[in-house]
Design a protein around this ligand. Structure first.
Ligand SMILES: *Cc1c(COP(=O)(O)O)cnc(C)c1O
Length: 386
């Protein structure tokens, strides 16, 4: 593969060379915990024990780095395991983190409860407000600025390039959780981010059949990449070979899936926007969205996630979430099948009563790649029951 291969070509070929011994087009899944040594210390290809390295995981890690335009990719057992490995490599008691005020609930919980108990302080802030971010940074103490854009579940858009510049000035590592957009629609490293985080459970895996996480490091972050690689090995939250294989397999169709997710979501957002029972539709592809212009500049598509605020409040929101049939009521997102989620009691229950709380009137949709007419019919039926 050429170094300058385009995105969809990299998604299919990076790290996926055919097997040299048999010619198998798809590299085998290396279900092995250990490797024979040719004499003591005589490793073949550097593999010694699968916590430290496994060829199937290496293939995925190569693919992840190629997709995000980074120098090193690392694959973990879950998105939160990836976040934990990164943060615990960087942070010491007394350090400070600035995080978006509507980041993924589990990220907020990890920083507040696990790192908080360990003496790490944090400030939540609206990362779409640059002045607020500048004010929240404590020079010398703030080590990480954690950005999620589009955010979850309110789809707020933050300016990655401007935040990266701000981080560089203040000596703060800018981390972007790129789970919602995926690298097919947004390239945070090209915009100046230091590290990209993924829950590969979502769009990268894409089929709701595997839990995983990833980190990708920008070219200026060689030393940090080495340190986190050591944490991955020493703390051990690696992805299994089979999970890595499923994720690699999903990634190959990421480009076409994201196009279809985006088309379907826009059609549904427009339908919802017309209905009197819906007070607001949060979708960056709509001209009415406050982040629309920035999203159009920063992303090459608007993605498959949208949220709505029901005019009838919490009760109407619950009724809507329990009325759809094709949109199945479940946590998670990013799969080929459509899902509906009630954040305040489901994905974001862990942040109830905190600054990251989600209003009870909000419902989140993960729009799949089914036929859009069937999805619209399902939405219409649920709206008719409001
Ligand atoms: C799901 C998710 C995570 C956490 O990933 P897991 O794979 O569930 O551990 C982090 N960030 C975002 C935006 C997510 O949607």
């Amino acid at each position: 593969m050429h170094d300058h291969a385009r995105f969809d070509t990299r998604a299919i070929h990076a790290g996926q060379e055919f097997d040299p011994t048999t010619g198998a087009v798809i590299p085998p899944v290396y279900l092995t915990s250990t490797y024979v040594q040719d004499g003591i210390g005589g490793l073949r290809g550097g593999y010694e024990y699968s916590r430290g390295g496994n060829p199937t995981r290496t293939a995925l890690e190569t693919q992840l780095a190629a997709l995000e335009g980074g120098i090193v990719g690392l694959s973990f057992a879950s998105g939160l395991a990836a976040e934990d490995a990164l943060l615990r490599t960087i942070l010491l008691p007394g350090d400070h983190v600035v995080i978006g005020n509507d980041v993924y609930g589990g990220t907020h919980r990890l920083i507040r409860r696990i790192f908080g108990a360990w003496g790490v302080k944090h400030t939540t802030v609206d990362t779409s407000d640059l002045d607020a971010v500048r004010e929240a940074i404590e020079l010398g103490t703030t080590k990480v600025l954690w950005v999620e854009t589009p955010s979850n579940p309110l789809m707020k858009i933050s300016d990655i390039a401007a935040l990266a510049e701000l981080g560089d000035e203040a000596g703060v590592l800018v981390v972007v959780d790129n789970t919602f957009a995926s690298p097919a629609l947004q390239q945070p490293i090209a915009l100046g981010a230091g590290v990209v985080v993924h829950s590969t459970t979502k769009y990268l895996g894409g089929h709701s059949d595997v839990v995983g996480g990833g980190l990708v490091f920008a070219s200026g972050r060689h030393e940090l990449a080495e340190q986190v690689t050591f944490t991955q090995f020493a703390a051990g939250a690696v992805s299994s070979p089979f999970d890595a294989f499923l994720t690699s397999r999903g990634i190959k169709t990421l480009g076409v899936r994201m196009q279809r997710h985006s088309q379907n979501a826009l059609a549904i957002a427009r339908r919802l926007e017309e209905h009197a029972g819906i007070a607001r539709v949060f979708y960056p592809g709509l001209e009415s969205h406050p982040g629309h212009a920035l999203a159009a500049r920063q992303m090459s598509g608007f993605g498959g996630m949208l949220s709505i605020e029901l005019a009838g409040g919490g009760e109407a929101a619950r009724r809507f979430a329990e009325s759809t049939t094709l949109f199945q009521l479940a946590e998670s997102l990013g799969g080929v099948e459509s899902l509906v989620n009630y954040p305040s009691e489901m994905t974001h229950a862990s942040v109830k009563g905190t600054e990251a709380e989600v209003p009870e009137s909000v419902v989140r949709l993960s729009v799949g790649i089914e036929d859009v007419d069937d999805l619209l019919a399902d939405i219409d039926e649920a709206l008719a029951r409001l």
